[in-house]
Design a protein around this ligand. Structure first.
Ligand code: RUQ
Ligand code: CUA
Length: 655
């Protein structure tokens, strides 16, 4: 290695905080040891720059070392939640949420099937999702690492995932609304999980002609009450607020100074309905006429008081505060926002609200102090067509930051900077909250939607890392046909300049949003303990089976098979039933060793469940076809895994 290169590598190593010796750049003027020669040769052979090597050193995570952050990214249409380690960008898990997932056995026979089926709409089982925005549970506006909530935009549903075992415990949905988008967001102590509608429709799934749009179509925001003790949404204590038929968009819950308020963007305040085949302008043209749309400001504590006082009407089993009541009681206000707003993000101190406008070049910074004073003084600039008071735009803002073309979403760091995704330019802009000036930009590839910084939407962001969630990858990866992966790009926020560190192809689209949490805030369990836990109650299941107590019992409601799984056998391993019998399979994995997972599948019957150590599961089905069905363990659990099998014998009727 040349002296100059040796020196540069040493300097590089020190800038990324590791000792020069580690990269083999000793001071040995005689040419260094084998390692130094290797690095120089590797750089040359792979045509790497020093910046490449620095990026590699910042992200490489040696075997056995763990990542500093978890990122929970939406899995888009797959309906899965993706767990990614940062800075390595290694995928750790797909949490099955809104769709059947075979490996986790999610919705292939056991209790998980009921969780998914609870999200049925109009009695129809839904097996895909348009997951957009994960929301980690918060305490005092900071992630607490206990739960994460996600939404499905297409079939408005909210799911609760427990981060003790990374399992989806509940799916709720309301037929009050037809789509959502401002979801999921949580209030600072996770009192409520917020879900607001996107495309207006008659509330409660009614039919009304599109010509009656202004009168019959409505938006709504649902406040799902979260019961932290039970780890479930309490549907009976949840309520909604009716909103005008604008297209409500992204939302955020106020915190600290803005605690108690919700902020929801909207577009199409023109109330365009499309109708191109009927001589009307297309939706996109009709919806972009006005210079301003309205940010909705909602006093949710006041709304909660009203709901609890019974000032609601029940629609589709949901208590709804009607629009008139919301206006009369002063819990809903509007403030104009520039053309086609998209992201709305509250600053860490809770004092300001940053809005990005897709067709505007600015990030607009609203001052809560100013808006609150206007609301308190009832100093309004006007009313909308439904009577909602509108604040004056100029009187409500602190200023605007000239960002570039197509600002969308904003996150924050610990040093007073904001980071905004700029869609049309394909950049991330770093700007100062103090003087509203762009500091610098980094190119991303390409068409960035959301971005996520480490704890970047909490009261105490960490800085350090940011992921640009790019919708197009174009030339970044080897070709895989016309449908390309999404591109997650890791950006280093530790210095003055942002630096791109890593490109991660993500072949599950379209992810939209993610949140990044310090790994040490989570306390995932290793095994279900004591043995026999039902993950959906977190209690020992009454049908759980202890080793030595396995049996088959014929009862009035069918054949009950009490089975255990342990390396490397099922007990019992021969199960005989009659065609037409209702079969209740109760299986307990009696292992307590970390990662000693088994699975049990029965072909032809579409049954496959996962049995993590200590887990108990119940599967009920009708043995309606006779035959010989081998069942076997679907996890390569041991040297005798292939032998971990048995026979499910269904004797034909009448024999
Ligand atoms: S929204 S970028 Cu749900 Cu911004 Cu996708
Ligand atoms: Cu148990 Cu393979």
């Amino acid at each position: 290695m040349s002296r100059a290169l040796s020196y540069r590598l040493a300097r590089l190593a020190s800038t990324v905080g590791i000792s020069a010796v580690l990269v083999g750049c000793g001071t040995d003027a005689g040419g260094g040891g084998a390692a130094s020669g290797d690095i120089a040769a590797l750089m040359k052979a792979r045509n790497l720059t020093e910046a490449d090597v620095a990026a590699a050193l910042k992200t490489y995570t040696p075997t056995g070392k763990h990542d500093e952050y978890y990122t929970f990214a939406s899995g888009g249409h797959s309906g899965n939640l993706i767990v990614i380690g940062v800075p390595s960008m290694r995928i750790h898990k797909y949490v099955a949420v809104f769709t059947p997932e075979p490996w986790q056995g999610f919705s292939y026979g056991d209790q998980s099937t009921q969780v998914l089926d609870a999200g049925a709409r109009d009695g129809r089982r839904i097996t895909w999702a348009d997951m957009h925005h994960p929301a980690l549970s918060e305490t005092a506006g900071d992630y607490d690492g206990k739960f994460i909530f996600v939404n499905d935009k297409a079939n408005p549903r909210i799911a609760v995932v427990d981060l003790h075992d990374f399992v989806t415990k509940q799916i709720v949905g309301s037929e009050l609304i037809e789509t959502d988008h401002g979801a999921a967001f949580v209030t600072p102590n996770t009192e409520y999980v917020i879900e607001s509608s996107q495309y207006p429709a008659p509330l409660g799934g009614r039919y009304a002609p599109i010509e009656t749009y202004d009168d019959e179509y409505r938006g709504a925001v649902i406040l799902w009450k979260f019961d932290r003790e039970r780890g479930r949404i309490d549907v009976a204590k949840s309520f909604a607020i009716e909103l005008p038929p604008y297209m409500q968009d992204l939302a955020d819950a106020g915190k600290k100074a803005t605690d108690g308020y919700l902020f929801i963007n909207s577009f199409n305040t023109e109330r365009a309905t499309g109708g191109t085949a009927e001589g009307r302008p297309p939706m996109e043209a009709g919806a972009s006429q006005n210079d301003m749309d309205y940010m909705h400001i909602i006093d949710w504590r006041k709304a909660e008081t009203l709901a609890n006082a019974g000032r609601t009407e029940t629609i589709a089993d949901m208590r709804v505060i009607r629009l008139d009541t919301a206006i009369d009681e002063g819990l809903l206000h509007f403030v104009p926002e520039p053309k086609s707003p998209h992201g709305v993000d509250i600053t860490p101190d809770g004092k300001e609200i940053v809005v990005g406008g897709k067709l505007d070049t600015h990030a607009t910074v609203y001052s809560w102090e100013k808006m609150k004073a206007l609301i308190d003084a009832k100093d309004f600039a006007g009313k909308d067509a439904y009577g909602v008071p509108i604040l004056d735009f100029e009187k409500s803002i602190r200023g605007q930051c000239e960002i570039g073309l197509g600002p969308l979403h904003t996150q924050f760091d610990d040093k007073g900077f904001a980071y905004t995704s700029v869609f049309i330019e394909s950049t991330v802009a770093k700007w100062s909250l103090k003087d509203l000036k762009v500091v610098n930009k980094v190119d991303v590839h390409y068409n960035i939607g959301h971005l996520v910084a480490a704890e970047g939407d909490t009261v105490s962001p960490d800085g350090k890392y940011l992921i640009a969630m790019n919708k197009w990858a174009i030339d970044r990866f080897a070709k895989v046909g016309p449908l390309l992966p999404q591109n997650f790009q890791l950006v280093d926020l530790s210095g003055e300049e942002m630096r791109l560190l890593y490109d991660m192809p993500l072949p599950l689209g379209e992810p939209h949003y993610a949140q990044m949490i310090k790994a040490d805030k989570l306390e995932p369990i290793d095994v279900y303990s004591p043995i026999g836990i039902d993950p959906y109650t977190m209690k020992v299941d009454p049908n759980s089976v202890a080793a030595g107590k396995e049996r088959i019992e014929r009862k009035a409601d069918g054949v009950h098979v009490y089975m255990t799984a342990v390396r490397s056998h099922f007990t019992p391993d021969i199960v005989r039933v009659q065609q037409g019998d209702q079969v209740h399979l109760h299986v307990t994995n009696v292992e307590q060793a970390h990662d000693a997972t088994h699975g049990i599948c029965i072909g032809s019957y579409n049954i496959n469940v996962s049995l993590e150590p200590g887990k108990h599961t119940n599967v009920s089905f009708k043995a309606d076809t006779s035959g010989v069905y081998p069942f076997y363990c679907t996890e390569f659990c041991s040297a005798l895994h292939l032998e971990m099998a048995g026979y499910f014998l269904v004797e034909p009727k009448g024999d």
